[in-house]
Design a protein around this ligand. Structure first.
Ligand code: HEC
Ligand code: HEC
Length: 248
Protein backbone atom coordinates (compact mmCIF):
# COMPACT_ATOMS: atom_id res chain seq x y z
CA UNK A 1 0.00 0.00 0.00
CA UNK A 2 2.70 2.40 1.10
CA UNK A 3 4.71 1.74 -2.06
CA UNK A 4 1.69 2.36 -4.27
CA UNK A 5 0.90 5.57 -2.43
CA UNK A 6 4.48 6.76 -2.88
CA UNK A 7 4.44 5.83 -6.55
CA UNK A 8 1.17 7.66 -7.00
CA UNK A 9 2.56 10.70 -5.30
CA UNK A 10 5.66 10.61 -7.51
CA UNK A 11 3.53 10.34 -10.64
CA UNK A 12 1.48 13.28 -9.47
CA UNK A 13 4.59 15.38 -8.88
CA UNK A 14 6.07 14.47 -12.26
CA UNK A 15 2.70 15.19 -13.85
CA UNK A 16 2.52 18.61 -12.25
CA UNK A 17 6.08 19.44 -13.26
CA UNK A 18 5.41 18.46 -16.86
CA UNK A 19 2.23 20.49 -16.84
CA UNK A 20 4.15 23.46 -15.48
CA UNK A 21 6.73 23.15 -18.27
CA UNK A 22 4.14 22.86 -21.00
CA UNK A 23 2.22 25.85 -19.70
CA UNK A 24 5.17 28.10 -19.00
CA UNK A 25 4.60 29.86 -22.33
CA UNK A 26 1.61 32.18 -22.51
CA UNK A 27 0.15 31.32 -19.13
CA UNK A 28 -2.10 34.31 -19.54
CA UNK A 29 -3.81 35.52 -16.43
CA UNK A 30 -3.71 39.03 -15.02
CA UNK A 31 -3.61 41.93 -17.39
CA UNK A 32 -3.58 39.84 -20.57
CA UNK A 33 -6.87 38.10 -19.75
CA UNK A 34 -8.47 41.31 -18.46
CA UNK A 35 -7.50 43.27 -21.58
CA UNK A 36 -8.97 40.56 -23.79
CA UNK A 37 -12.35 40.67 -22.04
CA UNK A 38 -12.76 44.46 -21.74
CA UNK A 39 -14.53 46.38 -24.50
CA UNK A 40 -12.06 48.69 -26.26
CA UNK A 41 -12.74 52.38 -26.75
CA UNK A 42 -11.47 53.82 -30.03
CA UNK A 43 -10.99 57.44 -28.94
CA UNK A 44 -8.96 56.40 -25.91
CA UNK A 45 -6.96 54.04 -28.10
CA UNK A 46 -6.05 56.96 -30.36
CA UNK A 47 -5.04 59.07 -27.35
CA UNK A 48 -2.83 56.37 -25.83
CA UNK A 49 -1.26 55.46 -29.15
CA UNK A 50 0.05 59.00 -29.53
CA UNK A 51 2.71 58.16 -26.88
CA UNK A 52 3.68 55.03 -28.79
CA UNK A 53 3.90 56.87 -32.09
CA UNK A 54 7.07 58.62 -30.92
CA UNK A 55 8.86 55.40 -31.87
CA UNK A 56 6.40 53.27 -33.83
CA UNK A 57 5.29 56.32 -35.92
CA UNK A 58 1.73 57.66 -36.32
CA UNK A 59 1.01 55.06 -38.99
CA UNK A 60 2.32 52.22 -36.79
CA UNK A 61 4.78 51.29 -39.51
CA UNK A 62 8.01 51.21 -37.48
CA UNK A 63 11.30 51.59 -39.32
CA UNK A 64 13.03 49.71 -42.09
CA UNK A 65 16.31 49.64 -40.18
CA UNK A 66 14.50 47.46 -37.64
CA UNK A 67 14.91 49.74 -34.63
CA UNK A 68 11.12 49.79 -34.17
CA UNK A 69 8.77 47.06 -35.39
CA UNK A 70 5.66 47.63 -37.44
CA UNK A 71 2.61 47.22 -35.17
CA UNK A 72 -0.08 48.17 -37.71
CA UNK A 73 -2.23 45.18 -38.63
CA UNK A 74 -0.68 42.82 -36.07
CA UNK A 75 -3.12 40.39 -34.47
CA UNK A 76 -4.89 41.89 -31.48
CA UNK A 77 -4.09 38.98 -29.17
CA UNK A 78 -0.41 39.07 -30.15
CA UNK A 79 -0.27 42.79 -29.35
CA UNK A 80 -1.98 42.26 -26.00
CA UNK A 81 0.40 39.43 -25.04
CA UNK A 82 3.55 41.26 -26.12
CA UNK A 83 2.54 44.53 -24.47
CA UNK A 84 1.51 42.79 -21.25
CA UNK A 85 4.79 40.80 -21.28
CA UNK A 86 6.85 43.97 -21.77
CA UNK A 87 4.93 45.80 -19.03
CA UNK A 88 5.34 42.87 -16.65
CA UNK A 89 9.07 42.53 -17.39
CA UNK A 90 8.70 39.13 -19.09
CA UNK A 91 10.16 40.50 -22.33
CA UNK A 92 13.05 42.91 -22.08
CA UNK A 93 12.54 46.22 -23.82
CA UNK A 94 14.47 48.90 -21.92
CA UNK A 95 13.85 51.52 -24.65
CA UNK A 96 10.10 51.25 -24.47
CA UNK A 97 9.50 50.17 -20.88
CA UNK A 98 9.34 53.65 -19.27
CA UNK A 99 6.75 54.78 -21.83
CA UNK A 100 4.52 51.78 -21.25
CA UNK A 101 4.14 52.20 -17.48
CA UNK A 102 0.76 52.82 -15.85
CA UNK A 103 1.29 56.53 -15.17
CA UNK A 104 2.40 57.19 -18.76
CA UNK A 105 -0.46 55.46 -20.52
CA UNK A 106 -2.99 56.88 -18.04
CA UNK A 107 -1.68 60.42 -18.61
CA UNK A 108 -1.87 59.94 -22.38
CA UNK A 109 -5.57 59.12 -22.02
CA UNK A 110 -6.17 62.12 -19.73
CA UNK A 111 -6.25 60.32 -16.38
CA UNK A 112 -4.14 60.21 -13.25
CA UNK A 113 -2.67 56.84 -12.34
CA UNK A 114 -5.27 54.86 -10.36
CA UNK A 115 -8.28 56.55 -11.97
CA UNK A 116 -8.56 53.94 -14.70
CA UNK A 117 -7.75 50.23 -14.93
CA UNK A 118 -4.50 50.02 -16.97
CA UNK A 119 -5.79 46.78 -18.56
CA UNK A 120 -8.55 48.92 -20.10
CA UNK A 121 -5.91 51.13 -21.74
CA UNK A 122 -4.08 48.05 -23.01
CA UNK A 123 -7.39 46.88 -24.51
CA UNK A 124 -7.96 50.29 -26.12
CA UNK A 125 -4.52 50.81 -27.65
CA UNK A 126 -4.11 47.25 -28.98
CA UNK A 127 -7.53 47.29 -30.67
CA UNK A 128 -6.52 50.56 -32.29
CA UNK A 129 -3.15 49.29 -33.56
CA UNK A 130 -4.55 46.02 -34.90
CA UNK A 131 -6.87 47.81 -37.35
CA UNK A 132 -4.31 50.26 -38.79
CA UNK A 133 -3.48 49.68 -42.48
CA UNK A 134 -0.02 48.19 -43.00
CA UNK A 135 3.16 49.60 -44.53
CA UNK A 136 3.24 48.84 -48.28
CA UNK A 137 7.06 49.03 -48.28
CA UNK A 138 8.52 47.02 -45.39
CA UNK A 139 12.27 46.44 -45.07
CA UNK A 140 13.34 43.40 -47.13
CA UNK A 141 16.31 41.08 -46.92
CA UNK A 142 19.15 41.21 -49.48
CA UNK A 143 18.08 38.40 -51.85
CA UNK A 144 15.24 38.69 -54.39
CA UNK A 145 13.71 35.63 -56.10
CA UNK A 146 16.62 35.34 -58.58
CA UNK A 147 19.07 34.32 -55.85
CA UNK A 148 19.63 30.76 -54.63
CA UNK A 149 19.45 32.12 -51.05
CA UNK A 150 15.80 33.04 -51.68
CA UNK A 151 14.94 29.47 -52.68
CA UNK A 152 16.91 28.08 -49.76
CA UNK A 153 15.03 30.40 -47.39
CA UNK A 154 11.73 29.32 -48.89
CA UNK A 155 12.57 25.67 -48.24
CA UNK A 156 13.56 26.41 -44.66
CA UNK A 157 10.35 28.39 -44.17
CA UNK A 158 8.13 25.66 -45.54
CA UNK A 159 9.79 22.98 -43.43
CA UNK A 160 10.01 24.88 -40.14
CA UNK A 161 7.62 27.82 -39.90
CA UNK A 162 4.38 27.18 -41.82
CA UNK A 163 2.94 25.06 -39.04
CA UNK A 164 2.68 28.10 -36.77
CA UNK A 165 3.10 31.27 -38.86
CA UNK A 166 1.12 29.98 -41.86
CA UNK A 167 1.86 29.57 -45.58
CA UNK A 168 2.04 33.32 -46.08
CA UNK A 169 3.26 34.54 -42.68
CA UNK A 170 -0.27 35.35 -41.60
CA UNK A 171 0.12 33.85 -38.10
CA UNK A 172 -2.91 33.15 -35.92
CA UNK A 173 -4.79 35.57 -33.71
CA UNK A 174 -6.48 32.76 -31.84
CA UNK A 175 -3.19 31.02 -30.97
CA UNK A 176 -1.14 34.20 -30.31
CA UNK A 177 1.19 33.43 -33.25
CA UNK A 178 2.50 36.72 -34.69
CA UNK A 179 1.78 37.85 -38.21
CA UNK A 180 5.26 38.09 -39.76
CA UNK A 181 4.33 39.01 -43.36
CA UNK A 182 5.14 42.69 -43.99
CA UNK A 183 7.41 42.97 -40.92
CA UNK A 184 10.84 44.58 -41.32
CA UNK A 185 13.75 42.25 -42.13
CA UNK A 186 16.17 43.77 -39.61
CA UNK A 187 13.66 43.62 -36.77
CA UNK A 188 12.76 40.00 -37.49
CA UNK A 189 16.42 39.03 -37.76
CA UNK A 190 17.08 40.44 -34.30
CA UNK A 191 14.03 38.76 -32.76
CA UNK A 192 14.78 35.44 -34.44
CA UNK A 193 18.34 35.45 -33.15
CA UNK A 194 17.17 36.39 -29.63
CA UNK A 195 14.56 33.63 -29.70
CA UNK A 196 17.14 31.08 -30.94
CA UNK A 197 19.69 32.14 -28.34
CA UNK A 198 17.20 32.32 -25.44
CA UNK A 199 17.37 36.10 -25.01
CA UNK A 200 13.68 36.71 -25.65
CA UNK A 201 12.39 35.24 -22.46
CA UNK A 202 8.70 35.09 -23.36
CA UNK A 203 9.32 33.10 -26.56
CA UNK A 204 7.38 29.99 -27.44
CA UNK A 205 9.54 26.98 -26.40
CA UNK A 206 8.38 24.96 -29.42
CA UNK A 207 9.70 27.64 -31.75
CA UNK A 208 12.99 27.69 -29.82
CA UNK A 209 13.29 23.94 -30.31
CA UNK A 210 12.34 24.15 -33.97
CA UNK A 211 15.11 26.62 -34.81
CA UNK A 212 17.90 25.57 -32.43
CA UNK A 213 20.01 24.11 -35.27
CA UNK A 214 19.77 27.21 -37.47
CA UNK A 215 23.12 28.76 -38.48
CA UNK A 216 23.37 32.52 -38.91
CA UNK A 217 23.18 32.04 -42.70
CA UNK A 218 20.06 29.84 -42.38
CA UNK A 219 18.54 32.53 -40.22
CA UNK A 220 19.28 35.28 -42.78
CA UNK A 221 17.89 33.16 -45.62
CA UNK A 222 14.66 32.21 -43.87
CA UNK A 223 14.02 35.77 -42.66
CA UNK A 224 14.85 37.13 -46.12
CA UNK A 225 12.08 34.91 -47.48
CA UNK A 226 9.71 35.92 -44.66
CA UNK A 227 10.31 39.62 -45.33
CA UNK A 228 9.24 39.07 -48.94
CA UNK A 229 5.94 37.31 -48.20
CA UNK A 230 3.03 39.26 -49.66
CA UNK A 231 0.57 41.11 -47.44
CA UNK A 232 -3.01 40.90 -48.79
CA UNK A 233 -3.86 44.14 -50.58
CA UNK A 234 -6.85 44.89 -48.36
CA UNK A 235 -4.57 45.02 -45.30
CA UNK A 236 -2.17 47.55 -46.84
CA UNK A 237 -2.35 51.35 -46.86
CA UNK A 238 -3.07 52.72 -50.35
CA UNK A 239 0.44 54.20 -50.79
CA UNK A 240 3.76 54.86 -49.05
CA UNK A 241 2.67 58.49 -48.65
CA UNK A 242 -0.40 57.55 -46.62
CA UNK A 243 -0.77 59.52 -43.40
CA UNK A 244 -2.87 58.43 -40.46
CA UNK A 245 -5.99 60.63 -40.64
CA UNK A 246 -6.72 60.20 -36.91
CA UNK A 247 -3.91 62.65 -36.07
CA UNK A 248 -4.79 65.48 -38.46
C1 HEC B 1 10.96 54.91 -26.94
C2 HEC B 1 10.52 54.11 -28.05
C3 HEC B 1 9.23 53.32 -27.88
C4 HEC B 1 8.01 53.78 -27.45
C5 HEC B 1 7.63 55.18 -26.99
C6 HEC B 1 7.10 52.65 -27.54
N1 HEC B 1 7.77 51.55 -28.04
FE1 HEC B 1 6.94 49.72 -28.44
N2 HEC B 1 8.78 49.01 -28.98
C7 HEC B 1 9.94 49.74 -29.03
C8 HEC B 1 11.03 48.88 -29.43
C9 HEC B 1 12.49 49.28 -29.57
C10 HEC B 1 10.47 47.59 -29.65
C11 HEC B 1 11.23 46.34 -30.11
C12 HEC B 1 12.04 45.82 -28.99
C13 HEC B 1 12.84 44.61 -29.37
O1 HEC B 1 13.61 44.69 -30.31
O2 HEC B 1 12.65 43.56 -28.73
C14 HEC B 1 9.05 47.71 -29.36
C15 HEC B 1 8.15 46.65 -29.43
C16 HEC B 1 6.80 46.75 -29.19
C17 HEC B 1 5.86 45.65 -29.28
C18 HEC B 1 6.18 44.23 -29.67
C19 HEC B 1 5.95 44.05 -31.14
C20 HEC B 1 6.18 42.66 -31.66
O3 HEC B 1 6.16 42.49 -32.89
O4 HEC B 1 6.38 41.71 -30.89
C21 HEC B 1 4.62 46.15 -28.96
C22 HEC B 1 3.30 45.39 -28.93
C23 HEC B 1 4.79 47.55 -28.68
N3 HEC B 1 6.13 47.89 -28.84
C24 HEC B 1 3.76 48.39 -28.31
C25 HEC B 1 3.95 49.72 -27.88
C26 HEC B 1 2.89 50.54 -27.33
C27 HEC B 1 1.44 50.11 -27.19
C28 HEC B 1 3.46 51.72 -26.99
C29 HEC B 1 2.79 52.92 -26.35
C30 HEC B 1 2.12 52.71 -25.09
C31 HEC B 1 4.87 51.65 -27.34
N4 HEC B 1 5.13 50.42 -27.88
C32 HEC B 1 5.78 52.68 -27.16
C33 HEC B 1 10.07 51.09 -28.74
C34 HEC B 1 9.06 51.91 -28.25
C1 HEC C 1 5.67 26.21 -32.57
C2 HEC C 1 5.22 27.38 -33.26
C3 HEC C 1 6.27 28.22 -33.97
C4 HEC C 1 7.19 27.81 -34.93
C5 HEC C 1 7.42 26.42 -35.47
C6 HEC C 1 7.87 29.01 -35.35
N1 HEC C 1 7.41 30.10 -34.65
FE1 HEC C 1 8.06 32.00 -34.81
N2 HEC C 1 6.93 32.55 -33.21
C7 HEC C 1 6.02 31.75 -32.58
C8 HEC C 1 5.43 32.48 -31.47
C9 HEC C 1 4.34 31.97 -30.54
C10 HEC C 1 6.06 33.74 -31.45
C11 HEC C 1 5.85 34.85 -30.42
C12 HEC C 1 6.69 34.52 -29.22
C13 HEC C 1 6.24 35.14 -27.97
O1 HEC C 1 5.25 34.71 -27.39
O2 HEC C 1 6.86 36.12 -27.57
C14 HEC C 1 6.99 33.75 -32.57
C15 HEC C 1 7.80 34.84 -32.91
C16 HEC C 1 8.50 34.94 -34.10
C17 HEC C 1 9.15 36.14 -34.58
C18 HEC C 1 9.14 37.49 -33.89
C19 HEC C 1 7.88 38.22 -34.31
C20 HEC C 1 7.66 39.54 -33.63
O3 HEC C 1 6.73 40.23 -34.07
O4 HEC C 1 8.37 39.88 -32.69
C21 HEC C 1 9.72 35.83 -35.80
C22 HEC C 1 10.47 36.77 -36.71
C23 HEC C 1 9.44 34.44 -36.05
N3 HEC C 1 8.70 33.92 -35.00
C24 HEC C 1 9.85 33.74 -37.17
C25 HEC C 1 9.77 32.36 -37.31
C26 HEC C 1 10.37 31.63 -38.39
C27 HEC C 1 11.11 32.26 -39.57
C28 HEC C 1 10.15 30.29 -38.12
C29 HEC C 1 10.66 29.10 -38.88
C30 HEC C 1 12.09 29.02 -39.08
C31 HEC C 1 9.35 30.23 -36.90
N4 HEC C 1 9.16 31.49 -36.44
C32 HEC C 1 8.86 29.05 -36.32
C33 HEC C 1 5.70 30.45 -32.91
C34 HEC C 1 6.42 29.65 -33.80
Amino acid sequence: MKVIAAAKKATLVVGLLTLGGANAWNEGGGEQDDALTLTPDRERGIAVYEVCSACHLLEGWGQKDGTFPQLAGQHRRVLVKQLADIRAGNRDNPTMYPFALDDQIAAAAGYHEGEINPAQLVADVTAYMAQLPMNPDNGKGPWNALFPEFEQGKKLYEANCVECHGENGEGSDEKFYPKIQGQHYEYMLRQFEWIRDGKRRNANPDMVKQIEGFSDKDMQMVINYTSRLKVPKEDLAPSVDYQNPDYD
